[in-house]
Structures are given as structure tokens and as C-alpha cells.
Design a protein around this ligand. Structure first.
Ligand code: G6P
Length: 609
């Protein structure tokens, strides 16, 4: 979590740093700070609260300097406060550091440094880094950073300024994301690409453990022992507008509306051929993996895990392959049984989630092939996996994931269908029909968005419910998990998802007149069963909202309110049924006065455990 940025160039650093932090604020927003180097002095300004508090503090002064670093924080060690905000400095203020990650051995280092005269002013783990670099600094900054790194355990992306070197900034990464940008006579660092897009599309992705020394006109890279390495820039294809709100009130609303395009962009590169003779292609994959796989293991966190659960149903349905879909933090700490014929799929929007990376590394050690499904080119997961399939959602800024989820589903459905074709479990005719159905999904997603106004009204009626339960069967159950997560993340309403068949095994005890029961009803063979479940909830006082593709009216009398999504095959329904739930969650959050883009206590990218 946390976002870091840095600048070396000819322009004034302060506004550039603030602007970059705005793009990174989704990573953490309990405090923010900058340090600017000018005329042999480092000036630090920081403030508890959202970035705008820091901006207000800076409003009355001119902080000049063309070299600087910035930070937006999601607290791990030490409460959110001015003092715990980054940057942190050594005692004399000649070295300043911003950090994303966790220093696991910071307590021991703190004692060690205190015995040697360092006076600590914060409760953070990060402050030890500034004191440690200071301890080793004898006039050679790179050497001091290298020495300090040898003592650090944990994860970090760092930006370091030193008063004695007003022309440069040192950056390092280990198990935390860092992008280095190269502009015209200026260079940048950031935790994520959107912070750089306004200035450059030429970026370097340093390897783990690598150090970058940024000057105005060049960046030098060094490996862990200090030996110089060469790196080439890569061009980022995302467009600049993708990281702006573009007239929408919030990024989340914009990203919900971007789904038709994101779905089409994700699908297009994988389909070729003429009507009736189409095929799914994955040039980046060895498709034999799917022919020979004995089992698929999917590992992910949060929303991406829910995509994995939908994928479990899809692979079983289309390819008759057994699938395990596990939470990455559980997978990595239990004793997972891996088999030689396992195909391991790690799903992650950011490609930087600590638990997902750890699980993928564990799988690689057991010789399984790791396939990554991720949205971020150059991310750690993309670089470490054996094979990568990219979702083409574009940058997702809102903390609560929307377009990343549906594009993950699109990728996973394509993989499941292709596996079905290769394994002979999907007939040629069905294969064509399924491809046609997936091609129709972007337009259907556009139609699903039209329920926006009725969902806004629905949210106005229900935003104050004490509890909201989502339920469904089969694919609807998998989708319900994501619907419930959306609502709890941004509206702070207690919401849970249940497999409808489990209702009588416990959850029904929680139902009363303060409950809203949202039922996903898209699995045609199970309409009768789900209708009975709705009746059971209503008779216990719950208000009932039904999301269904059945326009024929089967559910018209069943619920208090019905949201109809476009007609879709049962197996693909999560691609559409989640859209009304995203809108409902969004409008509930707005009704409750929450900022849907920056929900309390959450961060978009959980790069620490
Ligand atoms: C955090 C975010 C979620 C996201 C999860 C996994 O919890 O708030 O929106 O689904 O991390 O992130 P990833 O980048 O691995 O998909």
C-alpha cells in the first residue's frame, strides 16, 4: 500500500509531486507529504489526512526546487499523524526517504541505531531507513544505500534524497512496485504508471533488488552488489485520459461505465475467423498446458478471487477440468498438495498483491506452470509468471474493483472455452455459439448500464438497511460473492453472500425486517428453487430485490423489485449480473456520504501482508 513518487528535472517539483500523488491516492490516503531539495536544503512538508490537507498547508508558501519526492500513506506502523507521515529524515535532515512496503526487522534496527545516537521522531518502520543510510553515508550516497539495503528485511520501494547531491534521486525496489519514467530532460519515479502518464510513456521497470539513480537526463541502474546494469525503456500504451475522471463524479462510476469497452478490448485480440468459423487464440500461451492439465489451481485475493470462483464453475462446465480456487493468503500458509499435472493460475489486477505473488512463487517452486491473468504490463506477477494473459481494462483507479473484475472474467471464460475445445468437451457447434455469445457481451453490458436510474432510486430506498444478503445458486452464487464485497467495501453496510441452498443451514437466522435480500436469479434450471428461497426470506420480513435476465416475467411477482439484465446464457451471466450490483453499491455509498473511490481502511493494492 502507500504510493511513492519522485521527480528530477528543470520544472518546479512541488506541483508535479502533488499531481502525481493525486493519481496515487487510491493506494492510501491517511496522510501525505513531500520533500523538495533546493539550494543545499531539503524542505519537508507533511500532513495527516487526505492529500487536500497537505495542499492547503502548502497553499501559502512557495516551495522551490526541481528535485523532490512524495508519499501518500496507508498506515501500517504508527497511527496516521503528521509525525508518522512520510518523508522521514535523518536527525540533521540531510537525507529524506519515502517508502512503500514494510521493514520487518525495524524494531531491532531501531534499537541498534538508537544505541549509536539516532533520535527517532516517529513510530514508523520507515524512519530506520533514513537513519541507516545516514549511518553508512561517508560521501558516497549509492554506497550508503547499498550498505543500508543489506540490513533491511521486508519489502520496499524507496525514493531517497540527499542534500549533498542536488542533481539526483536514488530509488530502489524489492517486492513492492516501482516504475521509473524518462521524459524530455526530466525523470520520474512512481508506484504506478498513471502517475507518470501526463509526462511520459517511456518507462523502465526495475528488477527486484535493483537500484536506480535518476538524473535529469538519464537513469543509471545498479544490481544488488552495486554493479551497473543496462535497462531499456518500454512504451506504455494506456492513454492519458484513462487516468482522469472524464466528467464522472467518481472514478468508480466512470470505470463501471467503461466496462463495455474494456470487455471488447479484452476479447478482441483473442478471437479470429469469420462467422461460424471463429476460434479463440492465445499466442502467449502453450495450449498443450490445457490438454495435459490434470487440475487447475486458481489463486487470488479480493475481487480477483471471486473471478477465480466464477472461473472454477466455468472450467468445470466447459472443460470438465477439476478446479480449486483458493484465497492466496490461505494457499500460501497451508500445506497445499501440488501435482505434476497442475496448471496454476494467479489472477491479480495490479500484479503486485503480496499474497498472490507469494502463492505464485510457492507454486513455481513445486514445478507447476504459473499462468498470470493481470492488468498491469511489467508488474511483478507478469514478470515472474511462466505465461501471461493481459486483461485490457486500462488503469483502474477506484479502490473497489469493477472493470478489472469483468475483464478478468472475460479472460477466464475465453481460457475455459478454449480448454473445452482442446479437450473435446465442447462440440464444434456449441463452441461457435459460445464465442458469438461472448462477442455480444460488450453490447449487453451497455444495455445493463441503462438500469442506472432505477438502481439509484433503489439505493435511495435501501441504503440504510442494517444488513444486505446476496444469494444465488451456481454461477449466481459466485457472482453474489463479488456483489456483496462491492457493497461492504464502499457503503460499509454489513453484506454477505450465501449459496441459496445454504440458507436454511444458518443464514436465515439473521433475517428480519431490517434486511434487504438481493437474489441473483439467472440459472434457468434453478428458477423454481431460487423462487422458493426468495419466498422464505420475504416471509421473514426481508425486502427482496431480484436481479435476473428473465424478461418473461417469472420473477415479476416474486420480489418487491426486479432488475432485468439482458438475456444471457446461464454460464456467462456473472459478466452482466454484477453490473447492477456495482451500481447499487456505488449509489448506496453516495447516499451514505462516503467517497466511493477511497473507502475507509482500504487500499487498492495490498503489497504488504
Ligand atoms: C485489494 C483491493 C481489491 C482487490 C484486491 C486484490 O483488496 O481493494 O479491490 O481485488 O486487493 O488486488 P489485485 O490487484 O491482486 O487484483
Amino acid at each position: 500500500m502507500c504510493g511513492i513518487t519522485g521527480y528530477v528535472g528543470c520544472r518546479q517539483a512541488t506541483p508535479l509531486l502533488i499531481n502525481a500523488l493525486k493519481k496515487l491516492e487510491y493506494r492510501g490516503y491517511d496522510s501525505a507529504g513531500i520533500a523538495v531539495l533546493d539550494a543545499g536544503e531539503i524542505t519537508v512538508r507533511k500532513a495527516k489526512g487526505m492529500l487536500k490537507v497537505l495542499e492547503q498547508r502548502l497553499a501559502g508558501e512557495t516551495l522551490s526546487g526541481t528535485v523532490g519526492i512524495g508519499h501518500t500513506r496507508w498506515a501500517t506502523h504508527g497511527e496516521p499523524s503528521d509525525g508518522n507521515a512520510h518523508p522521514h529524515t535523518n536527525v540533521s535532515g540531510t537525507i529524506a526517504v519515502v517508502h512503500n512496503g514494510i521493514i520487518e526487522n525495524y524494531a531491532r534496527l531501531k534499537d541498534w541505531l538508537a544505541e549509536r545516537g539516532a533520535a527517532f521522531r516517529s513510530q514508523t518502520d520507515t524512519e530506520v531507513i533514513a537513519h541507516l543510510i545516514n549511518y553508512y553515508y561517508k560521501g558516497d550516497l549509492l554506497h550508503a544505500v547499498l550498505q543500508a539495503l543489506r540490513r533491511l528485511e521486508g519489502s520496499y520501494a524507496l525514493g531517497v534524497l540527499c542534500r549533498d547531491f542536488p542533481d539526483r534521486l536514488v530509488a530502489v525496489r524489492k517486492d513492492s512496485p516501482l516504475v521509473v519514467g524518462k521524459g524530455q530532460d526530466e525523470t520520474f519515479i512512481a508506484s504506478d504508471v498513471p502517475a507518470l502518464l501526463e509526462h511520459t510513456r517511456e518507462v523502465y521497470y526495475p528488477d527486484d533488488g535493483e537500484i536506480a539513480v535518476l538524473y535529469r537526463d538519464r537513469v543509471d541502474f545498479f544490481a544488488g552488489e552495486g554493479e551497473k546494469v543496462s535497462r531499456a525503456t518500454q512504451r506504455v500504451e494506456w492513454d492519458v485520459g484513462a487516468a482522469e475522471k472524464g466528467g464522472y463524479a467518481h472514478f468508480m462510476l466512470k470505470e463501471i461505465h467503461e466496462q463495455p469497452k474494456a470487455l471488447a478490448d479484452t476479447l478482441r485480440p483473442h478471437i479470429a475467423g469469420t462467422d461460424g468459423h471463429k476460434d479463440i487464440f492465445f499466442e502467449e500461451l502453450c495450449l498443450d498446458d490445457f490438454k495435459t492439465a490434470g487440475r487447475i489451481v486458481i489463486v487470488a485475493c479480493g475481487t480477483a478471487w471471486h473471478a477465480g470462483i466464477v472461473a472454477k464453475y466455468a472450467f468445470e462446465h466447459f472443460a470438465r477440468l477439476p478446479v480449486e480456487a483458493d484465497v492466496a493468503s490461505e494457499y500460501r500458509y497451508r500445506s497445499p498438495v501440488s501435482r505434476p499435472a497442475d496448471l496454476f493460475i494467479a489472477v491479480s489486477q495490479s500484479g503486485e498483491t503480496a499474497d498472490t505473488l507469494a502463492a505464485a512463487r510457492l507454486a513455481k517452486r513445486s514445478a507447476a506452470k504459473v499462468l498470470a491473468v493481470t492488468n498491469v504490463v511489467g508488474s511483478t506477477l507478469a514478470r515472474e509468471a511462466d505465461r501471461v494473459v493481459y486483461t485490457r481494462a486500462g488503469p483502474e483507479i477506484a479502490v473497489a474493483s469493477t472493470k478489472a473484475f469483468t475483464t478478468q472474467l472475460m479472460c477466464l471464460y475465453l481460457l475455459a472455452l478454449k480448454a473445452g475445445q482442446l479437450r473435446g468437451t465442447v462440440s464444434a457447434d456449441d463452441y461457435q455459439a459460445y464465442i458469438a455469445e461472448l462477442e455480444a457481451i460488450p453490447a449487453k453490458a451497455e444495455t445493463a448500464l441503462k438500469a442506472k436510474e432505477s438502481l439509484q432510486k433503489c439505493a435511495a430506498r435501501h441504503f440504510n438497511k442494517a444488513k444486505v444478503f446476496f444469494m444465488g445458486r451456481q454461477f449466481d452464487y459466485a457472482a453474489s460473492l463479488e456483489c456483496a464485497l462491492k457493497l461492504k467495501e464502499i457503503s460499509y453496510t454489513h453484506s454477505e453472500a450465501f449459496a441459496a441452498g445454504e440458507l436454511k443451514h444458518g443464514p436465515i437466522a439473521l433475517v428480519d425486517e431490517r434486511t434487504l435480500a438481493v437474489t441473483l436469479a439467472t440459472q434457468r434450471g434453478l428458477f423454481d428453487k431460487i423462487a422458493s428461497n426468495v419466498a422464505e426470506l420475504k416471509s421473514r420480513g426481508a425486502a427482496a430485490l431480484i436481479i435476473t435476465q428473465d424478461a418473461g416475467g417469472y420473477f415479476a411477482q416474486c420480489g418487491d423489485e426486479t432488475v432485468v439484465i439482458p438475456d444471457v446464457r446461464d454460464a456467462f451471466s456473472p459478466l452482466l449480473s454484477v453490473i447492477p450490483a456495482q451500481l447499487f453499491a456505488y449509489y448506496c455509498a453516495v447516499q451514505r456520504g462516503n467517497d466511493p473511490d477511497k473507502p475507509r481502511n482500504l487500499a487498492k493494492s495490498v503489497t504488504v501482508e
